[in-house]
Design a protein around this ligand. Sequence first.
Ligand code: 26V
Length: 811
Amino acid sequence: MNLNSETIKKDFRRKLIHMFSEDIEGASTLHKYLAFGSLIKEYCAENWLKTNKQYRQSGKKQVYYFSMEFLIGKLLRSNLLNLGIEKECEEALKELGISLSELEEAEMDAGLGNGGLGRLAACFLDSMASLGIPGHGCGIRYKYGLFEQKIVDGYQVEIPDNWLREGNIWETRKDDKAIVVKFGGRVTPIFEEGKLNFKHEDYDQVLAVPYDTPIIGHNNKTVNTLRLWSAETVESDKELDFSFFKHGNYSKAVEYKSSVESISQVLYPDDSQLEGKILRLKQQYFFVSAGIQSILRSYMKTRNPINDLYKYVAIHINDTHPSLAVPELMRILIDEKGLEWDEAWNITTKTISYTNHTIMAEALEKWPISILKNLLPRIFMIIEEINRRFTDKLFAKYPNNWAKVNNMAIINNGKIRMANLAIVGGHSINGVAKLHTEILKRRELSDFYELYPEKFNNKTNGITHRRWLLQANPELAKLITKTIGDKWITQPKSFIDLLKYAKYSSFQDKIYEIKRDNKVKFAEQVKNKYGIVIDPDSIYDVQVKRLHAYKRQILNLFNIVHLYDQLKQNPNLDITPRTFIFAAKASPSYYLAKEIIKLINTVGNKINNDRRINDKIKVIFLENYRVSLAEKIIPCADISEQISTASKEASGTGNMKFMMNGAVTIATLDGANIEIRDAVGDENIVTFGMTAKEVMNYEKNGGYSSRELYDKDSRLHTIVNQIVNGHFGVPSAEFKNIYNHLIERNDEYFIFKDFDSYIKAQEKIDKLYRNKTKWEEMCITNIAHSGIFSSDNTISQYASGIWNARRVNIK
Ligand code: 26V
């Protein structure tokens, strides 16, 4: 974009007056942010229009990424970077006495996701736009995103995330593109002109109103669209409202309105256990139906034959949450476009593809027939028919093999299995890391793999290096550009050119300095917010991610308590000072996870205030982990904790962000950690613990006793006892759940089993860190190999391997 600071200043002043009748001197930071952001949106408007026009003219395939979650974070800085006007804007603002970072702070995170799955969707949007792939997001415009976390007396307290409070300058409401979604009612089959039709009556209507957000590609004029749907009452239903009023029932009218609007009211905060709530199913059908209807509405304008839909449209479903896309597309093709079943099925399966993100049984979506049938009677009929035809085929192929048919059927035991529906109703299913995909093929979904080997494929996750390095770590980005040029910004594989500098001491020094500066800045922020002093020369050992038993924050904590015990015995113990940094939200109903948060804070409180240990270790729990906090902490990390029980973390993406910012990973052989090890080599990562095979072997055949280890290993014995005997200054009942989990319920995630090798791995890190030259070489090697984990790379593989989508260069 061609803009100079004079133009920007003039435009900015105009915006401030136009929006708030204020000048720069009188406007609050918030108003300045709102005006400045609106200006940036204005700057991209023309390209947004152009992109849409040229997509239509090109006749190229459009990809729609359906996801319940888009964990975007903030957009101001990334939009400036992608438009290529960051410098100019920073300069213009500076001349007006305003700092860009001050405005940035005024922006609210768009926290419309729980964790990895939602953030992946956001990274994919950035990469699709930056690669020039016509790829758009489709989701829900939640009024409240993921809750805000406060820590009160060591406990998590949840506060509603009212992110739209000050308005959202990035979105555009499109009233004229609203769509009606139908719930409930009765469906009756009727014969008309020799054809079987289905009449849907007495349903409730909900209006889906789209809000579009521009997704700006990096310096390529492409502006894709994230379309989020908001639930409202239908205009014609106002009559319904009035009939409430006429009968004097005002509160009924309000009740009705709020029951409709509740559909897009709040993001479900559970990624620990699936909640079979009707409202969640409503949310799923709501955005899927609105999305597919709107896709077909624009497709019909192209005059391409309906049978060719799959040549022009790819619908990707992010986990099973949008898997009603299968019966919904079937419904529209059959009931509204008049196609025969087989034709509709051919189109549907060729259009839809699905990504699996977890093997955790608790997370597999199953909807009770009773709920789905009532809420979506026609959709249920279609699912039944899909299941009937599918199981007929299975019986023909595997006569008398009831177990197999049982395992694969879409409807079973009164429930609809959404993963089975997505696999049968799409042409592709992929896992998110090599190990994960192998586990899907060989274990979880082996029957499906046997039936449809061609559908299975791996697409290892990725992260957008533009947000996670260029934006989050500007000094490192500058150094990289100075060293190897700036082509890494669009061709991340060229990070590898850094490898030849890994042993250069002057380059190592610069890498060290940048990290140290980041650490100093962070230490200041910690001091201001928490009143805790941390030493920038200590090792920053960081575990930030959702709180889950399988992610094993407890294992990390056990190492800390063990170190603390040693330090108490010998305050002069020769260790490099360490700052252990945690941040994690627990699902509000996940008691064990909440207890672990309390335990981390309790242990931290004791350690941080114990003079005897000479500040050798500190424990910090950062409140309210979110995208914008991740952007601050990741560039400071020396060590990246990726310590899930092998086989449980499908991929992980934080692991990639840390390595890209020059942290060394301490890792189990799980998820994408394995691919990180393969890339950097054993010398540049510290691995420990059981393999996935060993874990799965114990799970299958038994033979593990945590109590045995507890009795045998005095370190474990001491730590566990300290936790439950009040040693940390908290009544013993406080951590009963943790105790039961570890001892009574036999330590489901093998913390005790991996404890010894984890301690050794941590000791190894301590040694490695003392050798500055070696350490910096490791950091640089990690950065150099991180290019393959750019989501640009991942998205290229989705585009060629699953979607068959090509780039469109916007002129
Ligand atoms: C996770 C779990 C784990 C504990 C038991 C129940 C349960 C229920 C739901 C979930 C979340 C499932 C979807 C998800 O967020 N998966 C994450 O997807 C990321 C992107 O592919 C991936 O990097 C993470 O490893 C994976 O956990």
